[in-house]
Design a protein around this ligand. Sequence first.
Ligand SMILES: [Zn+2]
Length: 305
Amino acid sequence: MTKRDYIKNPLRIFIGVGHGGTDPGAVNTALALEEAGINLTIAMLMQYDLKRHGVQVKLSRNVDEEDRLKEEIAECNAFAPDFAVEIHTNAGGGTGFEVYYQLEPWEHSKASLQMAKLFDENVCKYLNVNTRGLKTNRNLGWLKQENTSCILVENFFIDGPRAVWYSQPEQLEKLSKAYVRSILEFFGITYLADSTVTLRYKIVNEDLNTARNCTCPAVFINGSYYVQLRQFSKNLGFAVYYEEQTKKILLYPPEYYTESEFRSGLLKISDFETAMERAMAGLPVEEAETWQFDESETEDVCVSG
Ligand SMILES: [Zn+2]
């Protein structure tokens, strides 16, 4: 199977946000928690995180409003996602996380089970908990979708020992990230370091009539996006050269240089010692060791000889 080109054909994810409006779902009065709100918070965190990876996301609701299952399913099918996730929060005094997968239609069940496994593993791993494992339930209407593979998650119990997590933003973020990592892993997309986003833009071709879609990793610093110069230039058809002596970055039209002439001098994050240098170069300002850009990528820079 050839790997899908997510630049030309972005991944589409639908998130069903359980309950809302007159239906608060499960409640915990002592801690003033309502399931409908928790589900929405997690869905919105997921949306932000997925979008920065260039994924197209649709939520069944973005505010506290009525959101019936029938409408959710119709909306999901209209969006035609690659995968759909329904978010709920468990109740009834138990403990742990659980995820439901589809048995029918059978053509979706394999993907649904595989995704459910990833959710289960990542929740275990990133929240350092045991889970209740994978479940299935023929009576859950969401799982009867005809058009899309999907799962249904039950977040930790709103009335269980971990209910306090719902008042802790860092725990909510951890949980939503575990979900997002699972979705991306399933589709073979690498999870980006926290402050990185995927910028999407078009570059007009030389015929001035057509354009091509490009993406480039970027970091958000003080209100501005800084692009990774090497990737950005590559999309434009330039190679980037970092001159050791002058500490200057130069762009070269690739046809003038052979790859071997370049290789030793191609841009490396570690060439920029201070945060300011990195910011000016459009590179991440964090310490190089903590950054995930792959410096070995230099072979990919197309410098034809
Ligand atoms: Zn629910």
